[in-house]
Design a protein around this ligand. Structure first.
Ligand code: ADP
Length: 785
């Protein structure tokens, strides 16, 4: 059978050709598997697994495996994968991103590559944007895999660790991305290897991949422990921050959200606290409190970013308007907000472990994703994750009409027309969905709709289930729905009876988003699976985007601007201005993500080293070798620290070295007085180190001692890491301060981050060496006595 796809975009043509050939071969196999009994079909899983074990490449198995999955799906779900879905599956199996518009059936697409990669027996993770979808897909799509003899697991927050272990042992595991990341962090805090829940990573499919890797990847995942906050300091800092004047005492960059003190501001802080140099290391804490107070003041707007309820600060998810129960800001920022709102100051969250979503997913050897909107971000996906974005042709040709933007001079004019447009369409019964970028904005829209006495659904701060339900109803006759752009993502909007004849669902965007991709998501709410529909953005020059990113351009433009009596701008150039501004925003956000990722890369390398050491310690079969090498390292460190860099070695240096070594090694050390070279010192202490190595080795067959050694090492490693994370956080804050001195902040961070780590890691090894030596000596003495 020859496939003819309606849409073919140039850059993909070559790949699509290849995929089309494979799709043809899958189609050719349909009859063969259709003729099989259920038992024979299920037997295929065993056969494929054997082939994998024999070393046959997955690519060779794919045509048959896909054909088997399709046949299984027909039998258990009565759904036969469309050819374009097979094609999407091929994209996923190769570790790329399949761009498929809403309604094309991405969920079913994932069943194909999940099956094929699960044959390798190393686990496949399917990442969804929320628990509801994870559960739904586990129940539904999971049936195909269970039928074919694979195990399917569901990983949910709050599950017990044996439940989680079971979920991760499954061939295919569903869950939300953040939970997989948190499990990774918690696994690396587990006291024993048996308590870990995850296996090594193999392959992941990320649904709504742009949401997961880009939109929700702004804040890192942090596992925090509680620590008493310095409430007074928070209060003083908060009062101080209130007195600061923008651009005089501090600078705030709206784009990057960077907040920093000016020289004048620093002077003010120094005066307030009576210190003479805030730059000094010992005053870093003060600086920290002040910056947090300042951020709390300028970055967080009450009733937009958070609300105050029952004397508590509750964070608000900007996209859904829901309060984020139990979520708090870390690093004292939450307490700074509490000081600002004069509510009781709670305990601080101190990071015990953290990772960015990006760096978490980069640990998967093979990563893939699906979304309706990725093309505008393809460079980023390629550069950061090595995934290509492949546009998969649609099953039905798109029938949605995207109308040209309407731009007004003022916000008031904009909302007036939005309400009128809704009223006009509503008269015929056509459903309308109005997308907004924040809760505040949806409330504004609501006010104008009320004035027209229109009945509508406002999707603010609704529970996830309510939201999913209401969004799914947005295509019914007479419905008017106001929702933030991200509300109920992944939910299908099915048209009600007679709605297609009225033109389908009409979508109105009321503000351009920071990204064209998210605008496209909003449009994509309408016109699923070839349904009729339309979309239009109605925006204003007073919108945030223009104010923040195109102030000068707008001023220039206003000189030649023409408007009609409703305030609508009639110059054609307005569309260029809109597009250019949005591209500037996109660029600026991309750079910011790149920058943050680069910062995180510094910690990422260190995390790998520390976690690797921790895992070796927990594995427990080389602890004595580790201690031996740590003792040597510590001795080396002691000598290097004490020796003068340029002067000759003198008696007092030797005496100091002797004392420090004695303290470390716990025995009398003799170093001849006339030594003048480092090499000679090393030679002189070598016999001691060797005897200590043998002493350590004496205990190595004692399981109980080994366990104790483990019990000493592991908390040392953990506490070093927590402290190190805190120093790194302060270093990051501090580089804002230092960028005044004409240094490149990224370079400082990399350089000093490395130094900090070297120092802390060295220290850790020293502490472990001396504590374990002490312990072993005690043990030996007890046995003697
Ligand atoms: P997307 O995530 O791409 O928006 P969904 O996975 O939610 O799409 O699927 C949209 C709808 O189409 C669902 O109701 C799904 O059951 C249905 N569907 C998907 N693929 C098929 C198919 N091959 N045959 C029949 N129905 C399908």
């Amino acid at each position: 059978m020859v496939m003819l796809f309606k849409r073919s975009t140039k850059p993909n043509t070559r790949q699509l050709k290849k995929y089309n050939r494979i799709v043809a071969s899958i189609n050719a196999l349909e009859a063969k598997y259709q003729a099989m009994s259920d038992g024979e079909l299920q037997q295929m899983t065993t056969i494929f697994k054997e082939q994998v074990n024999k070393g046959i490449k997955i690519e060779k198995i794919i045509p048959d495996a896909f054909a088997v999955v399709r046949e299984a799906s027909k039998r258990v779900l009565s759904m036969r994968h469309f050819d374009v879905q097979l094609l999407g599956g091929l994209v996923l199996a190769e570790g790329n991103i399949a761009e498929m518009p809403t309604g094309e059936g991405k969920t079913l697409v994932s069943s194909l590559s999940a099956y094929v990669r699960a044959l390798e027996g190393k686990g496949v993770h399917i990442i969804t944007v929320n628990e509801y979808l994870a559960k739904r897909d586990f129940d539904q799509i999971g049936q195909i895999h269970r039928f074919l003899g694979l195990t399917v697991g569901l990983n949910l927050p709050l599950m017990l660790s044996d439940e989680k272990q079971q979920a991760y042992q499954a061939d295919i595991t569903y869950g939300v991305g953040t939970e997989f990341g948190f499990d990774y962090l918690r696994d690396n805090m587990a006291p024993t290897l048996q308590e870990k829940v995850q296996r090594p990573y193999h392959y992941a499919i990320i649904d709504e991949v742009d949401s997961v890797l880009i939109d929700e990847a702004k804040t890192p995942l942090i596992v925090a422990g509680k620590m008493k906050a310095n409430a007074d300091l928070h209060k003083i800092a908060s009062m101080l921050a209130l007195r600061f004047v923008e651009d005089e005492d501090y600078e705030y960059d709206d784009e990057t959200k960077a907040t920093s003190l000016t020289d004048k501001g620093i002077e003010k802080v120094e005066k307030a606290f009576g210190v003479d140099n805030l730059y000094e290391l010992e005053h870093q804490t003060l600086y920290h409190y002040v910056i947090m107070a300042l951020r709390a003041r300028v970055m967080f707007i009450r009733d937009v970013d958070y609300i105050v309820k029952d004397d508590k600060i509750m964070l608000v998810d900007m996209f859904t308007g829901r309060t984020l129960d139990g979520r708090t800001l870390s690093d004292g920022l939450h307490q700074a907000l509490e000081a600002k709102e004069k509510v009781e100051i709670t305990e601080e969250n101190k990071a015990q472990a953290q990772i960015t979503i990006q760096n978490f997913f980069r640990m998967y050897p093979l990563l893939s994703g699906m979304t309706g909107t990725a093309k505008t971000q393809q460079t980023e996906f390629r550069e950061v994750y090595g995934m290509d974005v492949i546009e998969v042709p649609t099953n039905h040709p798109k029938a949605r009409v995207d109308l040209v933007d309407r731009v007004f001079q003022t916000t008031h004019q904009k909302y007036t027309i939005v309400a009128e447009e809704v009223a006009k369409r509503h008269q015929t019964g056509q459903p309308v969905l109005i997308g907004t970028t924040s809760i505040l904005q949806s409330e504004a829209v609501a006010t104008y709709l009320k004035e027209k006495e229109l009945n509508f659904q406002l999707l603010n701060a609704k529970s996830m289930n309510e939201e999913v339900y209401l969004i799914s109803q947005a295509g019914q006759l007479n419905q008017i729905t106001v929702a933030t752009n991200m509300a109920g993502r992944g939910t299908d909007i099915v048209l009600g009876d007679g709605v297609a004849e009225l033109g389908g669902l009409h979508v109105i965007g009321t503000e351009k988003h920071e990204n064209r991709r998210i605008d496209n998501q909003l449009r994509g709410r309408s016109g699923r699976q070839g349904d009729p529909g339309s979309s239009q953005f109605i925006i204003a020059l007073e919108d945030d985007m223009f104010k923040r990113f195109a102030k000068e351009d707008v001023e220039k433009f206003e000189k030649k601007m023409k408007t009609d009596k409703f305030g609508e701008i009639t110059n054609k150039e307005i569309h260029e201005l809109t597009e250019r501004t949005q591209r500037i925003v996109e660029g600026s956000h991309f750079s910011m993500r790149e920058y943050n990722l680069k910062l995180d890369d510094v910690i990422n390398e260190q995390r790998k080293i520390v976690y690797d050491l921790r895992n070796r310690v927990l594995a427990g079969n080389e602890n004595f070798e580790l201690v031996q090498s740590m003792v040597r390292d510590a001795a080396d460190y002691v000598i290097s620290e004490t020796l003068p860099e340029h002067e000759d070695i003198q008696l007092i240096h030797l005496a100091a070295i002797k004392q420090d070594l004695q303290q470390l090694l716990g025995e009398t050390i003799n170093i001849p007085d006339q030594l003048s070279k480092r090499k000679e010192i090393d030679l002189a202490i070598e016999p001691y180190l060797e005897s200590i190595s043998s002493f350590i080795a004496l205990s190595q067959n004692d399981e109980k001692v080994n366990r104790t050694v483990q019990l000493v090492m592991q908390p040392q490693i953990d506490s070093m890491w927590v402290k190190h994370l805190e120093s790194m956080a302060h270093l990051k804050e501090g580089i804002g301060l230092r960028s005044y001195q004409q240094e490149d902040p990224m370079r400082i961070y990399q350089k000093e981050g490395l130094e900090l780590f070297a120092m802390n890691f060295q220290n850790l090894r020293y502490l472990i060496a001396s504590e374990i030596l002490g312990f072993l000596r005690n043990l030996a003495n007890q046995e003697k006595g």
